[in-house]
Ligand binder design. Structure first.
Ligand code: ADP
Length: 156
């Protein structure tokens, strides 16, 4: 059974993340989308809010689970019997950071492999940080995030 972990901040989850997740779910037997609880990084939404919004957004994708974790991603992956990490690539600008992260993770744990996926072009430019900017300036984010996220943020 090939289990993959898709770690990230997901603050909030976007259609870009969801597209990566759907692609991963077609390649691997099980995908765990794992919200990193990074104490030093103050989030827009709490980890619990992010997990709940992901839970609502992944309904219908059977082999995907959502969770959160603290500490090293490689340790979390080992605990769940996974040796694959999923990361998304948008533009060349993502590449340097993602390359460094994947090499760090494989240096920490030899068995861990990172698989990079891309989205459909229409989702490629979406990032959680631009969503937050649009939202804070009262713009419409419904084209960029799952309905659960849009509804929740409207009600906030
Ligand atoms: P992190 O803080 O760990 O980068 P993010 O939630 O910002 O967490 O992103 C998680 C992963 O999803 C990263 O690998 C990022 O490059 C990828 N990602 C985010 N948005 C997109 C998108 N629109 N297309 C492709 N990959 C994406």
């Amino acid at each position: 059974m090939k289990i993959a972990i898709y770690p990230g901040s997901f603050d909030p989850i976007t259609y870009g993340h969801l597209d990566i997740l759907k692609n991963a779910s077609e390649i691997f037997d099980k995908v765990i989308i794992a919200v990193a609880n990074n104490g030093s990084k103050t989030g827009f939404l709490t980890v619990d809010e992010r997990v709940e919004l992901i839970r609502q957004s992944i309904k219908g994708i059977d082999n995907v689970e959502v969770d959160s974790f603290e500490g090293l991603t490689v340790e979390y992956a080992k605990k769940h019997g996974a040796n694959i990490l999923i990361r998304g690539l948008r533009a060349v600008s993502d590449f340097e950071f993602e390359m460094q992260l994947s090499q760090t993770n494989s240096a920490l744990c030899d068995e861990i492999k990172t698989v990079f996926l891309t989205t459909k072009p229409k989702y490629n430019f979406i990032s959680s940080s631009t969503i937050k900017e649009i939202y804070k300036n009262n713009g419409d984010i419904s084209k960029f995030v799952p309905k659960a996220v849009d509804d929740y943020l409207k009600s906030k």
